[in-house]
Design a protein around this ligand. Structure first.
Ligand code: NAG
Ligand code: NAG
Ligand code: NAG
Length: 502
């Protein structure tokens, strides 16, 4: 037999084709060769191939490189792919709405305005069962009856002992043992939440850590009486789930220690202080501890997503001559089009007419005579009083500016009347119409009198990812307008090199 022949037979054996001239000897040899080949193949697989790919994935940090602790043999590594951390979504939030059977009939209408039964999770917590219509059952969160708080003492002379029941919403929600919860968000039954923005804000924080996120009051004295470290309950606040679980373990003991506190929110804060978790401030929560017209505050909203509005029964309707519920319905038009941009201020100048124009997108626009610098325009006009009905500037926890007594310095105000999305231009168009005001008695000659302008059109590209970037005020540009009595403005992210100055 020629050596080539043996080789050929071996090849055919390897190929598993036709085994014609097999001898036992050939078979054994072939089997040994086969075994050694598969050994070599496996070693390659185990050493160079897998280590390389592991290192690669380590560098790319899409999986971790862990030594399996149960494996005895050193150097035997395994990969555990990390399921990429999904961004926080609405379904990761559980809302807890503090309500009472007494006010339920009226307050439930506010909840209906923002609650999306298909997309949101949460409960309204009541002291006792209420009658619910079919509509209520479809449009509102399910109702939970809080457990008894009779074992707790309440010793605050002006508050109500329901505060104990309401602060326990956190631990009662934890005890429901719901799946896949990242945040518990508490609010009152007269709080309007802008849920899409809430998701934008909460997704910036690591829900696996301890976070207590909210905002203090607009009224300085309130914060001195309670605390600047307290998240006001009506403004709404968020507690990361691990923190809520930790709080739940000690909350009842903690509540026993503070019978003299006033509300649900100072009770939560007292326990947070014991746990050593400070308040993380998000400027978009609005307790609205104010009386009167919130206009000044909302027309100069901080450069942060709008998260909530509270005291809807206390402040004047957001759109005058419109009911409270109706006003919020109107605000929902721009909210649905571009929630990230809602109430975001932009400031621009018309140098020909010598005007300053301010847009609070989806809510209001203003024209001021003359050139008002941005540092002044971003300060809220005092169109409201504080929680003790004081109008002076020291009453507030933020800088405010007075409405000028000089008619020339008062703004012409235009409020939202309509907002649409134009598919052809891929932009929103919103319309703002002048409200009556007494500022036409001005005799300044250097500025054109804006009194003939009764309507403002604002064009804006939608920017759902606005808050993924560091905060920056949008820019606005005055557009040439062809319509009588109308000015047109374009709003959007500032372009390269675009600065607001004159
Ligand atoms: C990371 O992954 C990408 C795509 O999978 C790949 O092209 C790249 O080479 C990897 N980088 C490193 C450093 O391994
Ligand atoms: C704009 O108006 C202000 C206030 O009347 C005036 O002081 C200023 O000179 C005017 N500027 C121009 C460019 O007309
Ligand atoms: C429309 O605008 C959005 C941003 O607002 C952008 O992401 C999208 O690509 C645009 N669509 C078209 C068809 O230009």
């Amino acid at each position: 037999m020629k050596p080539q022949g043996a080789m050929k037979d071996f090849e055919s054996l390897l190929c598993l084709c036709n085994i014609k001239t097999t001898t036992l000897f050939k078979l054994i040899i072939s089997f040994i060769i086969f075994l050694s080949f598969s050994y070599v193949f496996n070693s390659i697989n185990l050493t160079s191939f897998s280590i390389q790919s592991l290192e690669k994935s380590l560098r790319n940090s899409s999986s971790i490189f862990v030594q399996n602790p149960t494996e005895k043999s050193a150097g035997n590594f395994q990969t555990y792919p990390i399921i990429p951390q999904e961004k926080t979504q609405l379904r990761h939030i559980v809302f807890g709405i503090a309500s009472s059977s007494k006010l339920w009939k009226h307050r439930k209408e506010y909840i209906k305005l923002w609650w999306k039964p298909e997309e949101m999770r949460g409960f309204v917590w009541l002291d006792k069962p209420v009658k619910r219509s079919t509509d209520d059952k479809q449009c509102l969160p399910s109702v939970k009856i809080s457990s008894s708080t009779s074992k707790f003492k309440y010793k605050n002379s002006i508050g109500d002992r329901s505060a104990i029941r309401m602060s326990r919403i956190v631990s009662e929600t934890v005890r429901l043992g719901l799946d896949d919860v990242r945040w518990i968000v508490l609010g009152d039954d007269d709080t309007f939440f802008f849920a899409e923005n809430l998701v934008r804000v909460l997704s910036k924080y690591d829900h696996n850590q301890f976070y207590y996120i909210g905002k203090s009051s607009e009224t300085h004295r309130q914060n001195i009486h309670f605390s600047y470290n307290m998240a006001y309950g009506g403004a709404g606040f968020a507690i990361s789930y691990p923190l809520a679980k930790t709080l739940a373990k000690m909350q009842d003991r903690c509540l026993h220690r503070y019978p003299k506190l006033y509300g649900l929110d100072d009770r939560i804060q007292a326990c947070m202080a014991e746990l050593g978790v400070p308040l993380t401030v998000e400027m978009g929560f609005h307790q609205l501890d104010i009386y009167g017209d919130a206009f000044g505050l909302l027309a100069a909203h901080p450069i942060a997503p709008l998260l909530s509005l509270h005291h809807l029964d206390v402040i004047e309707p957001i759109f005058p001559n419109t009911g409270r519920i109706q006003s919020l319905r109107r605000l929902k038009m721009p909210m649905k089009l571009d929630s990230a941009g809602l109430m975001q201020q932009s400031i621009c100048y018309n140098s020909v007419k010598n005007w300053t124009i301010s847009v609070s997108w989806g809510y209001a626009t203003q024209i001021f005579r003359g050139i008002v610098p941005a540092r002044e325009m971003e300060i809220p006009l005092r169109t409201f009083a504080n929680w003790y009905r004081m109008h002076n500037e020291v009453g507030f926890s933020m800088k405010t500016r007075p409405l000028s007594t000089n008619a020339c310095r008062r703004p012409f105000v235009y409020l939202l009347s309509n907002a649409i999305y134009n598919r052809a231009t891929n932009r929103t168009a919103s319309e703002y119409v002048k409200i009556q005001n007494r500022n036409s008695e001005c005799n300044w000659k250097e500025t054109v009198n804006p009194s003939h302008v009764w309507r403002v059109e604002v064009y804006k590209m939608r920017e759902p990812n606005l808050w993924d970037k560091p905060p920056r005020r949008n820019c606005c540009r005055v557009l040439p307008s062809t319509k009588e009595g109308t000015i047109a403005v374009d709003v959007g992210e500032c372009r390269e090199g675009e600065i607001i100055e004159l």
